[in-house]
Design a protein around this ligand. Structure first.
Ligand code: 13P
Ligand code: SF4
Length: 375
């Protein structure tokens, strides 16, 4: 575990070891989390993504999708921002908050497997290869999904690009086209394809760029003809959803409605009644008339929580897959790690701080600010 200390004068002890929390019972941990939160008061804010398990989600001061939580991170005055989410989200919190604020991820192993499908070396190599066919910086706007490492956001900052989220992707891609004629979109091909399709771009002008093949596996003609080059990346959780799941649901519930996250496969989005971010999904189903029936294509924790919440209104909320699609990295944030993090803060120790190097953070902030302005 990474540890750091606050100011020398405020250190009261050595960091408390995580091992001491591993065997603690859930009910005890819940009380300890509440007690630590109360001790830290306004010095602490806890931001929670909708995919978090209920045992930690309930402790979040603010919940939201990536866009909403980014805004909170940039607005809060709290000294400590504890992120119940995954690594890139805590990085964004660090980048958008003031230098004296501290972003913390309770378990450093909480990454995003989709974000890991693109890295700086591969993106730089793709830029070099594309430069053999066209002038990259004059022709292509790089757009990175917020689900990406900070150095990729910095790459976009350096090359006139921008960041997008699942909420604002079409608007951001429009911004990108206003700068240059083509877009390189990474790392999620599904979000890029769905957004491009909604903007009226033909599928054949959105070829998949495979970074592990020479020239992305494309011909020179395909590259010249492309409007959006879609990075070969996807979310392992959302790719489990299938068009057949929708067909079956519609057969059982002809009056039912289908709502999906845009990280889902293209055919799933195409056959859904609504497509949008986690926040959009929650809002749409919550505001729907009582008695309505929903098939929801996004992560299991969100769907289970929504199903429970909607029961008193007589709404049926069904998960899209018969296979359990939980985001296993999000699930790494558990009451043990949260209690460990907070009790250390109470004792004056910072554990698991997420700190993006200054030069990288400056460039990444440029693209995040561009996004917040454009959306
Ligand atoms: P949202 O921004 O819609 O919450 O999505 C984040 C994410 O990781 C979905 O898998
Ligand atoms: Fe990443 Fe998919 Fe998990 Fe979202 S659900 S954090 S995209 S692995």
């Amino acid at each position: 575990m990474q540890t750091a200390t606050i100011k020398a004068e405020s250190i009261k002890s050595e960091p408390i070891r995580f091992e001491r929390f591993m065997a603690a019972r859930d009910a005890e941990l819940q009380e300890r989390i509440l007690a630590a939160k109360a001790r830290l008061g306004k010095r602490l804010v806890i931001l929670g993504h909708h995919y978090q398990q209920e045992s930690v989600y309930r402790h979040a001061d603010y919940t939201g999708d990536s866009l909403k939580l980014s805004r909170y991170a940039g607005e809060t005055d709290a000294e400590f921002i504890v992120f119940l989410g995954v690594h890139f989200m805590a990085e964004v919190a660090d980048i958008l908050s003031r230098p004296d604020q501290i972003a913390i991820l309770p378990d450093l192993a909480a990454g995003c497997s989709m974000a890991d499908m693109a890295n700086l070396a591969k993106v730089e190599r793709s830029r070099r290869e594309l430069s053999k066919v066209l002038d990259f910086d004059a022709t292509i706007t790089p757009v990175t999904y917020i689900n990406s490492a900070a150095d990729l956001k910095a790459f976009c900052g350096e090359h006139g690009g921008i960041v997008c989220t699942s909420t604002n992707a079409p608007k951001i891609i429009e911004w990108a086209f206003a700068q240059r004629e083509k877009v390189l979109f990474f790392p999620d091909q599904n979000l890029g394809r769905w957004s491009g399709y909604k903007m009226g771009i033909p599928l054949e002008q959105m070829p998949v760029w495979n970074p592990d093949q020479p020239m992305g596996g494309l011909t020179e003609e395909q590259i010249r003809n492309a409007k959006i080059l879609l990075w070969k990346g996807h979310c392992a959780v959302h790719q489990m959803f299938r068009e057949q799941n929708i067909t079956r649901f519609r057969a059982e519930h002809p009056d039912g409605l289908v709502i999906s996250h845009p990280e889902s496969p293209f055919e799933v989005c195409l056959n859904s009644d609504y497509v949008g971010s986690t926040e959009y999904i929650l809002k749409t189903v919550s505001e729907a008339p009582s008695g309505t029936k929903w098939l929801v294509g996004t992560e299991l924790n969100l769907v289970n929580r929504l199903a429970e919440k909607m029961k008193p209104e007589g709404k049926l909320v069904q998960f899209m897959s018969h296979v359990i699609c939980e985001c296993s990295t999000m699930a790494r944030i558990d009451p043990q790690h949260l209690a460990w993090t907070l009790e250390n803060l109470v004792e004056g120790n910072i554990v698991n701080q997420i700190k993006v190097p200054d030069a990288e953070a400056r460039l990444a902030k440029l693209t995040l600010d561009r996004m917040l302005e454009a959306s």
